[in-house]
Write a protein that binds this ligand. Structure first.
Ligand SMILES: C[S@@+](CC[C@H](N)C(=O)[O-])C[C@H]1O[C@@H](n2cnc3c(N)ncnc32)[C@H](O)[C@@H]1O
Length: 1016
């Protein structure tokens, strides 16, 4: 029976005509009211179907701008059922309609309506084109509109692709249904709560209700796919987890006639997919579809979770290479094989089951039943990949052995926390976990998750920590971290590091760990301790570096060059442990890398060609004393020079804000308004926090509204401590944000993440007049070395995000600005005086000497690799005086850049354009000799040397061009405008001054180049 209930006598119909009449008589009503009356009619009809009317609906299109219709009618799964375009009486309805279609408006089910006329288009044809002056006609057109049935899709591909694209909407719709049932279905609430408790026991004690709801949705939407498309009605019955969830779903849908009627709005997708599926024999075609659904789920609706768990497939070529290599190592080093009894194999992060199904192919058919039942193991933390892996593995078995056998080696569990719980899901999952724990695992193989730490606290996307009972975080901390000399050890919290630690502990006295992972540990500064332990834990290590680190080499593109399409480098790592006393172990380290500029396809082809580890040309590496494996370019003599940290008493990292947008701005007024708004919001959050009884979990408590605040780890801690924000005009200070780019900074301990030692370096404006500092790129930077002096606060990311800046000031003070003292140590002064036999050398001389030396081109090339790993060390070169002199000249030039005479650039003013100094965005010509300042002005004659003065990976002028532009941040709405009202010509002058500074710097550096840097 139709849900369309509208009659010509119903109130909304009458209301429509009353409004129309008033409008036609003029005076009282306008045309807008007629539209609203029609919208009310649509709403009334939609309600009867449990649908809704969404005004100003945007139809998304790939690669094109979205289309906007006046309204769309959406069903319970947020899928559009029809569209409405309202036109005015003065419009020519037919012409308007043709224009819309030419723009690409859908012809499926759309009403074009003006007050007295309507045209209904359905399935590409006019279905109704008539006056709607009588209520009967009006009801007719609405009936046709609402009762329209979308024809089933013809092709599988189209239906499947639309289904997966629409997953986010569909899932949101299903979540809403679940939320509704939780309000009014006590039986469901009871089952849900019991189920959530079980999930918390097995997956994560802090698992939120929302995550459980998502599991239900994943089950709901895919169960039918398994049942009908894969023709596997056994699956949900025989899979231990699915069977459990089925019970919850039964109670969820109990108020409906059947499960299918609960999901009836999806029929038009499912049916088409199912009908076509029936004709498809090929498993991989269906599998592709399921993979799309899987991707749609995670990247479409839950990208945070996708990042946290590393939801990404492992390319088949990598899986093949790894499985073949493991088989080869087993044969060559242990005289065993994957097929052998007793060789237990575990993929702790199984995803869709790629590794296990490939391992199964390697195993002899006759050995497979035993291996399948007893010695193949895998874990997965997410429900959907768990299902997919189970089904793929079971299918692979069916294919080989000819029997359907549920795979019992898979556990739904957090690999890092496999402590047995009292009861969970079905006890059968618990039994499996316990069984796996007891197995002597010989091979661990897989692709662990790796989400380099979350980008921003606002992402609220942290990795779980495992501290209790010898948890993996504790193990990392007691081994890799303890043995590290690095100061910043953040890189060790990445899950792939934990996975390597975990697997090293999981195998026994002998065994193999084969992981494809982030390659950061090979040469990371913080992973020195990890490398030390790895060479102590294993006898042989093979690293095949597949490159693709976009941060290290910005010429690469993640999508083109990286095998996973990501930004961090990737390597295949095979760690081999043989029996024998650990103390006597002498690890052999082998390394190979693919060409940096190979595309991902080329790299995959390479893996296919070399087949396994035997086909690779390995180079043996010999670690140095600092646990560096890749020692190319590192000069040991660097270690004999004077550490810069011995010359200076104190040093500081640049100011870390964690919210540049909010605390930096070019305009004082705008900065004041932005930060005051954020402080008020933050203080309000503190009050709300106290009112709510100081809940423990701040991550889920705080409001992440990006138009008001940007959260960070520290700000949340301050909130917990009840530390309120406070605005004061005196906290607005000048800072060097990027090279030759000054900005105002709200300098404050609450709203800056870390101010480090800066309150003692630049306590006030007096210090800004008299103090000087040398800032430089700290170790671990992926950009070329930078050195630049400053007399203000300096930003942590002076050469851009990802690089930390270290600052060495000449003076330090008490925080109130008193007690000024020189920061060059007396020890260093004595050393220099003694070394050069010159008692007249002053601390300023040493300061300038250091600055000069750090600009020396030979020093920078010779020690480039060392400077990437540690802070500078300073040779005592022969011509101390000349170095100090040139260093002083450079420093004066760089500090006083805004006082320099402009370089004589030619200024070309456009004819007929009004005088205008305002910059929106400047652009350099291709040959870089000209700068288009704005429509009014072009500057030409920029000399080539100007670009020789480089700071990180840009020249000084390019920094200015890059940073001085008007921008609006879409998420916060914050505007940054570098134009100065009080000094409209500041930027044009700055361009000339920076060119001058560059040319002059290049000249002085050439003088420096004549001096020897050899230690005398
Ligand atoms: C990179 S994917 C594996 C991809 C898999 N090899 C494939 O090709 O489909 C990592 C998988 O590990 C799972 N995972 C992440 N953390 C986990 C944990 N602590 N325990 C178990 N599984 C985990 C993720 O849900 C994800 O499916």
């Amino acid at each position: 029976m139709s849900n369309f209930k509208l009659k010509s006598t119903h109130t909304p119909v009458k209301a429509y005509y009353e409004t129309l009449e008033r409008f036609e008589r003029g005076k009282f009503d306008n045309e807008g009211n007629v539209r609203r009356a029609f919208e009310a009619l649509l709403e009334n009809c939609a309600r009867k179907f449990d649908w809704m009317v969404v005004p100003e609906y945007q139809i998304q299109r790939t690669g094109k701008n979205p289309l906007r219709v006046d309204a769309a009618v959406l069903d319970a799964f947020n899928l559009p059922r029809g569209y409405w375009e309202a036109k005015d009486t003065k419009d020519n309805l037919q012409a308007e309609m043709n224009m819309k279609f030419a723009d690409g408006y859908p012809r499926t089910n759309i009403i074009f309506q003006e007050p007295t006329h309507a045209i209904l288009f359905q399935d590409g044809r006019i279905k109704f084109d008539d006056e709607i002056e009588s209520p009967e006609k009006l009801v007719d057109v609405l009936r046709l509109f609402f009762e329209w049935k979308q024809p089933l899709y013809e092709g599988w591909a189209q239906a499947a692709s639309e289904f997966s694209e629409r997953i986010p909407e569909i899932a949101t719709g299903a979540l809403k249904l679940i939320a509704d049932e939780r309000k009014r279905n006590p039986a469901f609430v009871e089952r849900f709560t019991a189920f959530a408790t079980l999930c918390r026991k097995s997956i994560n004690p802090k698992l939120k209700d929302e995550a459980v709801e998502e599991m239900l949705v994943q089950h709901l939407l895919t169960e039918r796919i398994f049942r009908r498309i894969f023709d596997n009605p056994q699956f949900t019955r025989r899979n231990v987890i699915a069977a459990e969830i089925e019970k919850v779903i039964d109670s969820l849908t109990s108020r409906y006639f059947s499960r299918d009627s609960f999901l009836h709005d999806l029929d038009r997708y499912y049916k088409a997919i199912e009908e076509t599926a029936a004709t498809i024999e090929d498993y991989s075609g269906k599998q592709n579809f399921l993979n799309k659904v899987y991707e749609g789920f995670f990247h479409g609706i839950n990208p945070k979770q996708a990042d946290t768990y590393g939801i990404v497939y492992t390319p088949q070529s990598i899986v093949e290479f790894m499985v073949r290599s493991v088989e080869d190592v087993l044969k060559a080093e242990f005289g065993r094989s994957l097929s052998d009894k007793g060789v237990h194999i575990l993929d702790p992060f199984v995803g869709t089951g790629n590794f296990i199904t490939r391992v199964m192919k390697e195993i002899r058919t006759s050995s497979l039943p035993h291996k399948y039942k007893q010695e193949l193991h895998c874990n997965e933390i997410m429900l959907l990949p768990y299902y997919i892996a189970s089904m793929n593995i079971e299918h692979a078995y069916l294919d080989r052995v000819g029997e359907y056998e549920p795979f019992e080696g898979i556990c739904l569990v957090d690999t890092f926390d496999m402590r047995a719980q009292a009861t969970m899901f079905a006890d059968r999952n618990l039994e499996r976990i316990e069984r796996q724990r007891k197995q002597p695992i010989f091979v661990v193989i897989g692709n662990p998750p790796y989400n380099a730490w979350q980008q921003s606290e606002s992402d609220n996307n942290k990795n779980r920590r495992y501290i209790k009972d010898g948890g993996v975080d504790l193990r990392v901390s007691k081994t890799y971290s303890k043995a590290s000399k690095a100061t910043n050890k953040n890189a060790l919290s990445d899950p792939y590091v934990k996975a390597i630690r975990w697997a090293s502990d999981r195998i026994g006295k002998d065994g193999i760990v084969a992981f494809v992972s982030n390659s950061g540990f090979i040469d990371g500064i913080a992973t020195d301790g990890m490398r030390k332990h790895l060479t102590a834990d294993f006898d042989e290590i093979y690293i095949l570096d597949l490159g693709g680190n976009v941060r290290k080499n910005p010429k690469l593109s993640g999508t083109t060059h990286n095998v996973f399409g990501i930004q961090v480098g990737v390597s295949i790592n095979i760690f081999v442990r043989k029996k024998g006393p650990a103390e006597k172990r002498k690890c052999k380290l082998f390394y190979a890398s693919t060409d940096e500029f190979w595309t991902r396809k080329r790299k995959e082809l390479f893996l296919e060609q070399v087949k396994d580890r035997n086909g690779v040309d390995w180079v043996a590496l010999v670690p140095d004393n600092n646990c560096n494996w890749l020692t190319k370019g590192l000069l040991s003599e660097f270690g004999e020079l004077l550490p810069i940290t011995d010359i200076f008493d104190k040093q500081s990292r640049g100011v870390a804000t964690s919210r540049d947008l909010w605390v930096y701005n070019n305009g004082v007024e705008r900065l004041t308004a932005n930060i005051s708004r954020s402080i008020d919001f933050y203080n309000g959050e503190i009050e709300r926090f106290i009112r709510t009884g100081s809940p423990k979990n701040l991550d889920s408590f705080v409001n992440y509204d990006e138009s008001r605040i940007s959260w960070s780890r520290d700000l949340k801690q301050d909130m917990r401590r009840g530390r309120k924000g406070e605005f004061s005009a005196s906290k607005i200070r000048t800072a060097l944000y990027r090279p030759y780019v000054n900005s105002f900074l709200f300098f404050d301990r609450v709203f800056n993440e870390e101010v480090y030692v800066f309150p003692s370096i630049m306590p006030n404006q007096i210090a800004e007049c008299e103090n000087r500092l040398i800032s430089l790129t700290g170790p671990g930077s992926d950009k070329p070395f930078l050195v630049l002096s400053a007399h203000t606060l300096v930003d942590l990311h002076l050469v851009g995000p990802g690089c930390s800046t270290q600052c060495f000031p000449f003076y330090t003070y008490d925080e109130d600005g008193t007690n000024r003292r020189e920061n060059i140590t007396d020890w260093a002064l004595a050393e220099f005086r003694k070394h050069y036999g010159d008692m007249k050398i002053s601390k300023w001389d040493i300061f300038h000497y250091t600055y000069g030396l750090l600009h020396h081109p030979e020093y920078r090339t010779k020690y480039a690799a060392n400077l990437k790993r540690e802070l500078p060390r300073i040779p005592m070169a022969a011509e101390f005086g000349r170095f100090a002199e040139i260093g002083a000249a450079l420093m004066k030039l760089h500090i006083e850049y805004e006082k320099q005479k402009e370089y004589p650039l030619e200024k070309r003013e456009a004819e007929g354009v009004k005088l205008n100094w305002r910059v929106e965005r400047m652009t350099l010509s291709k040959d870089k000799t000209q700068l288009k300042y704005n429509e009014f002005l072009t500057l030409s004659g920029i000399p080539a040397e100007a670009y020789e003065y480089r700071l990180g990976n840009r020249s000084a002028l390019e920094w200015v061009v890059d940073q001085y532009l008007v921008s609006t941040d879409t998420r916060s709405g914050i505007v940054n405008d570098p134009n100065r009202e009080d000094d409209p010509e500041y930027i044009v002058r700055l361009v000339g001054q920076v060119v001058k500074v560059s040319v002059e710097t290049v000249r002085l550096v050439k003088e420096l180049a004549r001096l020897s840097i050899e230690q005398v």
